[in-house]
Design a binder for this molecule. Structure first.
Ligand code: ZN
Length: 308
C-alpha cells in the first residue's frame, strides 16, 4: 500500500560546518548523504535523517558561507517540526539550555506539547511530543535513542488564504483535514513520520524572502513513478498547475510545482534511497557525486569548503 506524507524538507543555510555540527551534534540526526546541489555543483547538498534516511525523516540543506538571512512571510514554510516521545520534551528543554540554543517555553498546539527553537541560521524548528513511541530513532548519534528524534512531525505553511492549498493537499497529496485552531488548519496523511501539514492563513502580510534559515521547498511522497505520474496528471488536469518534467535526483526521482499559495512543492519517489551509491554503514562519509558530475570531481572538491 502506498503511503502519503512528507518525503523531505530542503532549506538554505549559512556555513556548512556550523549546519553539520548543529544537526548531528545538537539534534542527533545522521548525515546520510554528502553531495552537491545537482543544479549548482559548487554548493553542498547535505541530507540528514534517521539511520537510512527513510522518507519522512529527511531534512536537507544548501549551505552558502556568506548567505544573507531569509525572512519568513506568506507563501513560505514557517516552521519545520520533528517528533520526539512525549516524555522527552523535558529532556530536550534541558538539552537546548545546555547547548545554548535559543528556544521558547514549551506550549501546546492541537493538544500536543511543542518546544520551539531556531537553528544557527534562524530557521524555525519545533519538537512535538508524540503520543506513540514512534520508529526511526537514530541510535548511533549524539542523542540517546530513547529521546532521539523520530523523523518529522510536519510543517506549518504561512499563507494568504488556505483553500486552494488545502485542495492540493486533500485532492492530490493524500492528506485529510483533522482539526482547526484559530487561523490554523491541520491536515494528516495517516503516517506517523512526516504525516502532518498545518496551513496558517493570515491574509495580507509581507511575502517571504529566501535566504539562510528559510525553507526552499517541501517534498511529498509518491510510492513509485506511476503514482507520481498520476499525481502530476491530477495537478495539471484538475488543478490547472504547471508541473516540471521528472528529474533524476539519484536517491529519488522528482517533479516540482508552485502550489497556489506560493510554496514550492516537490513530489519525490520513495526509492531508490540513499544506499544506492554507498553502504548503509558508510552513509554520509564520502562526497558522493551523480555520474554526470563525476568527471568534474577535482574542480568540485576544489571549490567546496572543507567540512569534518
Ligand atoms: Zn527536494
Amino acid at each position: 500500500m502506498s503511503e502519503h506524507g512528507i518525503h523531505h524538507v530542503t532549506a538554505y543555510a549559512g556555513s556548512a560546518q556550523r549546519n553539520l555540527d548543529f544537526y548531528t551534534q545538537v539534534l542527533g540526526l545522521r548525515l546520510v548523504k554528502k553531495t552537491v546541489n545537482f543544479d549548482d555543483p559548487g554548493t553542498y547538498h547535505l541530507y540528514y535523517g534517521d539511520e537510512t534516511g527513510r522518507p519522512g525523516t529527511i531534512l536537507t540543506f544548501f549551505p552558502f558561507d556568506h548567505a544573507a538571512p531569509g525572512r519568513v512571510g506568506i507563501g513560505e514554510t514557517q516552521e519545520t517540526a520533528f517528533r520526539v516521545p512525549r516524555a522527552s520534551i523535558g529532556w530536550w528543554t534541558h538539552r537546548l539550555v545546555e547547548k545554548g540554543v535559543a528556544h521558547e517555553a514549551p506550549t501546546h498546539v492541537f493538544g500536543e506539547p511543542v518546544l520551539r527553537f531556531r537553528d544557527p541560521d534562524g530557521m524555525m524548528l519545533a519538537l512535538v511530543g508524540a503520543e506513540d513511541e514512534g520508529e526511526g530513532a537514530y541510535a548511533g548519534g549524539d542523542v540517546p535513542a530513547e529521546h532521539a528524534i523520530r523523523g518529522f512531525h510536519g510543517v506549518t505553511l504561512l499563507l494568504g488564504a488556505a483553500e486552494k492549498t488545502a485542495a492540493i493537499l486533500t485532492g492530490v497529496l493524500g492528506f485529510h483535514e483533522t482539526a482547526r485552531e484559530g487561523s490554523s488548519i491541520r491536515f494528516a496523511s495517516g503516517v506517523s513520520q512526516g504525516g502532518f501539514v498545518t496551513l496558517r492563513a493570515v491574509g495580507g502580510f509581507l511575502s517571504g524572502r529566501p535566504g539562510a534559515g528559510s525553507v526552499h521547498h517541501i517534498a511529498f511522497r509518491a510510492a513509485d513513478d506511476a503514482a507520481q505520474e498520476a499525481m502530476a496528471k491530477a495537478l495539471t488536469e484538475t488543478h490547472g498547475l504547471a508541473v516540471t518534467e521528472q528529474r533524476d535526483r539519484q536517491y529519488f526521482r522528482s517533479i516540482y510545482f508552485r502550489e497556489p499559495g506560493g510554496v514550492l512543492f516537490e513530489i519525490a519517489t520513495d526509492g531508490p534511497g540513499f544506499a544506492v551509491d554507498e553502504p548503509v554503514e558508510a552513509l554520509g562519509r564520502a562526497l558522493k557525486l551523480p555520474p554526470f558530475l563525476e568527471a568534474h570531481r577535482a574542480q568540485i572538491e576544489d571549490v567546496l569548503p572543507k567540512v569534518a
